[in-house]
Design a protein. Sequence first.
Length: 117
Amino acid sequence: MKNTYWITTILISLFLLWSAYTYLFSKPTIEGIKELGFPDHFRIQLGVLKILAVVVLLIPQIPIQYKEWAYSGVVLFFITAIVAHTAHKDPVIITFINLFLIVITITSNYYLHKITH
């Protein structure tokens, strides 16, 4: 159980760190977010929040209640991405990727509860 928890948590954390990096420093991603209709300050906010979520998820001493908020925020991000990309008429593969990431996030959360109870 601990292996599944850590594998899924590390996978989602790596994705979030990569995503935060591209949100903050990658010109194509920055332009893509503008094309989706989001203001620049929202892009920066999401990048910072993703980094904070990774910190909360990876540090075992952080209380579970804070981890729950981080998981909720991460899933909300993926849902927002699905809505934005669907409205923009982007390829459906983006929706499937985001759904897969939601499943990984939920799996991480599920196993967090299994190993802490």
